[in-house]
Design a protein around this ligand. Sequence first.
Ligand code: DX5
Ligand code: ZN
Length: 217
Amino acid sequence: MIKVAPSILSADYVNLQRDIEKVEQGGAEYLHIDVMDGTFVPSISYGPGFVKAIRPISKLVLDVHLMVQQPEHLLPDFIEAGADIIGVQVEATAHIHRALQIIKNGGVKAEVVINPGTPVSQITPVLGMVDQVLVMTVNPGFGGQKFLPETVAKIAELSQLKQANGYNFDIEIDGGVNNETVVACYKAGATVAVAGSYVFNATDPVAKMNAIKTATK
Ligand code: DX5
Ligand code: ZN
């Protein structure tokens, strides 16, 4: 069964604590927090203060996805804010190894993220040092986009590299995930599913999380 990481990008910000408690009690494993800078992606969302505010109200694994240019400058603030996992986009820095090392040295799990247009070969040099790889299944920047099926081959490729080299990183998927699109990803080796609009735009978010879990039993 896949682990579920609801993305609060699609939650109700005015009732954020209520929404977080709902998914936490409903069996979510992670809480996915999308940080956007208006440069790497067109939108702006929230920063380290937001993570810091959420930390005391939830025991969920805080899974912070940085869609920001030159993330290394912001890493100390997100580490201090209480993130459990921090993901950096390989396309956003000239120094991916250094960025991942800063995260690990801060005692936080390190994740590398690849866009749909980025090949797995671009991250093979760092696969031995990461705790999680995030394969974007849409182009980052917005919730509610359509899943790109051509990304599934990259999940399978990563899964094969994982086995061949004895790595034990999680493989996370993000974008357009629902109870149907998750199936091929899970079969290809995905272990964590981010879901934003599918979960939070529903009248019963917990039922949607369960649908993802049931589809990957
Ligand atoms: C997109 C973000 C996602 C987003 C997913 O740039 O990284 O985490 O919240 O939203 P859905 O699940 O609606 O595609
Ligand atoms: Zn995300």
